[in-house]
Design a protein. Structure first.
Length: 265
């Protein structure tokens, strides 16, 4: 039986279905109809070749037949306006289809990262909503992030949970200690935004005991992984922290950094 992760007035609930879902990679289509998998391959080749119109057409066909990886790729394309007009509702619907069919797939499968990515994307849509389509639902967003963070160990979900606990919202009281725990789980997996926020928390000492050297270590890791202008805030946090750090904190940071890289290599 397959769980369907959807929103209701009570938040997350389980609906039981009787039809087994198609395999995520599309390989279990009927022997006389291999077209969804072939269409997905054609769409992928067209996308890589720059034929975005051809790619979307082939992927749409595969997605309509239940090919979940095609649904995930289309969801990304529609959410980013990549080769198709941006349409968040279409992206939302494709992500929901993946979660409905595969939300209880084993976290050990090769496709688990795509399933957890879809759950996190749905959670992000429920944070802000989609005008005239999907109402904001912070409770359900938190439930989705919680599920992806715990069942799949998804670092994006862990980071989002950390931010929810750090900032607080209409349904979740601010809790910086719990935020720090979730942020650390993501940070130790290399999530640069989590590293930056956790490092800043540890350095400031406003919400937890100050750990200047360890905070500088996490900010150093975040700065080294920063990606262009969109991560300028990370670089700014690091520069400010390094300028304020004592010589002892800078030296101890290097010791912590060497040990972290050894433990996570």
């Amino acid at each position: 039986m397959r769980c369907l992760l959807r929103a209701s007035g009570l938040g997350l609930f389980l609906s039981l279905g009787c039809v087994a879902a198609q395999a995520f990679d599309g390989t279990k289509t009927p022997a006389d109809d291999p077209s969804p998998m072939q269409a997905f391959r054609n769409g992928t080749r067209a996308y890589k070749a720059g034929d975005l119109a051809g790619a979307s057409q082939a992927l749409e066909f595969a997605a309509s037949k239940g090919h979940a990886l095609a649904q995930w790729k289309l969801a990304r394309m529609y959410s980013e306006g990549d080769g198709v007009p941006r349409d968040d509702k279409k992206a939302f619907d494709y992500y929901q289809a993946i979660v409905d069919a595969h939300g209880e797939d084993s976290p050990d499968t090769a496709q688990a990262r795509f399933v957890s990515s879809a759950i996190v994307a749905l959670g992000s849509y429920y944070v802000s909503g989609i005008p005239n389509e999907v109402k904001p639902n912070p409770r359900h967003a938190t439930e989705l992030f919680q599920y992806a963070a715990t069942y799949f160990g998804d670092s994006d979900a862990q980071y989002n949970l950390g931010r929810i606990y750090l900032d607080g919202n209409a349904v979740q009281k601010r809790d910086a200690i719990t935020a720090g725990r979730w942020l650390r789980l993501a940070a130790d997996k290399g999530h640069r935004q989590a590293q930056a926020v956790l490092g800043h928390l540890l350095l400031s000492g406003n919400d937890m005991p100050r750990q200047g050297a360890r905070g500088l270590m996490y900010l150093t890791l975040a700065r080294d992984g920063a990606n262009g202008e969109r991560d300028q805030w990370i670089i700014d946090l690091y520069d400010d922290a390094f300028a304020k750090a004592t010589p002892d904190e800078r030296e101890m940071c290097l010791t912590y950094l060497a040990q972290f890289l050894k433990d996570h290599s």
